[in-house]
Design a protein around this ligand. Structure first.
Ligand code: SAH
Length: 230
């Protein structure tokens, strides 16, 4: 069955954008997944199709209205639509490869892209939106975050990656960062490929890679090795 992504955005023309190229673009053309970007403004109010308003309590910026966003969500996904509804948000739970794997194994996604200062809090509970962050920094809108989320999910769909195995040995799978890669030439500017990789001893290669994986993870991301992490 086709994995179906529906994006709610004020900039539907941004899509498929980068997702229309390379692996995700080929998979889109082949129908492995489907992408529908819907304009929130179609549900805007009045002659100017207003979607935002000033924040209650004052302060800078504008807030996406809950009634407008709810109407856009309701038009895009019926109440019995089984797809998870996500809101891209710096306040959300940080995205992980484990979560990506679970989402890509499901029926697809409904993704709301915020803009301005964010969205009226009430629509998050009112429409069961799960807030998802792509990292501890602030983007100007949810679209680039949605590209990131979708790219990570789509590459795991069956048949999208050339070699099925390349999905399981990567960084984060198994809680480790990936080992270093090398290819020809053997000697480049005086830097050579580690002998073990060209020696043909597959057991030794596997041990070297596992050790490098562990060394890099310890150095760069000790949090991944800490079982107490959330
Ligand atoms: N005022 C908000 C930031 C709004 S940024 C705050 O301080 O939390 C505008 C929109 O960009 C957000 O509604 C969200 O959809 C998106 N966005 C920004 N940073 C993001 C991140 N790290 N992950 C996911 N979405 C993000």
């Amino acid at each position: 069955m086709t994995w179906h992504a529906t994006i709610l955005t004020l900039y539907p023309e941004m899509f498929p954008g980068p997702l229309g190229h390379s692996l995700s673009g080929e998979a889109l053309a082949q129908g492995t997944w489907a992408l529908e970007a819907r304009q929130i403004r179609e549900h805007g109010l009045g002659r100017h199709r207003a979607v935002d308003d000033t924040p209650a309590g004052g302060g800078a910026g504008m807030v996406l209205r809950c009634d407008v966003l709810a109407a856009a969500i309701d038009a895009a996904a019926s109440a019995d639509d089984p797809r998870p509804r996500l809101l891209m948000s710096p306040r959300g739970r940080p995205l992980t490869q484990a979560r990506v794997r679970a989402l890509s194994a499901g029926p697809g996604l409904v993704v709301v892209c915020g803009r301005f200062e964010g969205v009226d809090e009430r629509v998050i509970a009112g429409r069961g939106l799960e807030e998802v962050s792509i990292g501890d920094y602030v983007l100007s809108g949810g679209e680039i975050a949605a590209f990131t989320l979708l790219d990570a999910c789509v590459r795991l769909l069956p048949g999208v990656m050339g070699k099925a195995a390349s999905g399981v040995e990567e960084s984060f799978e198994g809680g480790r960062l990936e080992y270093p890669h090398y290819t020809r030439p053997r000697d480049w500017e005086g830097r050579t490929i580690p002998d073990v990789l060209t020696g043909g001893n597959h057991g030794a290669i596997a041990r070297w890679r596992a050790a490098e994986s562990l060394r890099l993870t310890r150095e760069r991301r000790p949090d991944l090795l800490d079982p107490a992490k959330p």
